[in-house]
Design a protein around this ligand. Sequence first.
Ligand code: SF4
Ligand code: SF4
Length: 383
Amino acid sequence: MDEKGGLLLIQQKDYDQVGIDAAVRRAFDHFGGASSLVKRGDRVLLKVNLVGRHAPERRATTDPSVVRAVARLLLDCGARPFIADSPGIDAFHEAAERAGFAGVARELGISCVELTDPAPLKTSEDSLFRKIDVSRLVLEADAIVNLPKMKTHGQMLLTLGVKNLFGCVVGRAKAAWHFDVGFDRDRFASLLLDIAGAVAPCLTILDGVVGMDGEGPTSGRPNPWGVVAAARDPLLMDLRLCRMMGVRLEDFPLYRAARQRRLPQCALNDADVAGDLPPDHVFSVRLPAQGSLRLLPRLPFLERAMTSRPIQIAERCIGCGRCAEVCPADALILGGRTLRFDYGKCIRCYCCHEMCPVRAIAFRESPLVRFSRQIERLVGWFR
Ligand code: SF4
Ligand code: SF4
């Protein structure tokens, strides 16, 4: 494996700071050392996963011990790290406080800032999109270290290194992108590829010590995968981990979009994996009830029937209104604590699910998907 190309997997069972410090140092050393990735005096943006106002124990956000370890290491080599993200709907400072990032920043004397001030990103020529704006802070940073959390994702199946960089898009503009791409997950994945390619973090360190599966990225269950993963290329990281998480590559929109562009990362090579776990290691994962039909071709007119609907669990609802506020398709009407979904408008982006603070929105598979699963099971029996 060459220094730039691979995925490093480090076993790390808990968030004990000494162990996390050692794992993070090992990750940097493996890719040539911190001083080869950043220069003295560089302003280095630590792109954490601050999906909302969640305590670290919910396992929806990057653990603060990982952020602390990376920031300290960069400070030691003379760089100027700062912590940054842009949550979809929550007030940044409150969310950063709750997730423990603001505390890490105070402790180390560095800043913890919201990504604001959109400016155009320079994307590749094969981009499907005319203009993508991200925060100016991203464009002006000397280097970016990407610090995602290992989670499942209702819409995109998994959220790992590439998806974390969608947070560079400022605040509500994220919802606008969801509306723009609509049902088309491959198109959304293509947008993610553009952003990740142009933002180009110098290193991605993924917190999979205790990640989240099931109804991620915010309402799933913690899963102690016991791993810190690192790669210079977040796409390579995601495609390798996708397979190790037992997901068919064909079911992962990011893979389909990368394959459409004939990106070399799609040719997975076992020699790309190094560290404590072999390339055939399997992380057990409970996937969200997303709905994929393997027996039928992927046809645009079937998208609506093939994709799980968001539904409300009314007894959990506290009537906060965040779901209706974040919905890019204006498909939700809240009356007291009762939600009415306009499924004709709904684009199945699951932003409502992601932003609900009390897990009061779940997924329901469509009858067509349920029927297909039964057929799949029958076919399996006769094989
Ligand atoms: S109802 Fe939920 S899943 Fe449907 S468009 Fe609105 S936010 Fe997205
Ligand atoms: S479903 Fe969730 S986000 Fe929507 S109003 Fe109820 S508690 Fe709030």
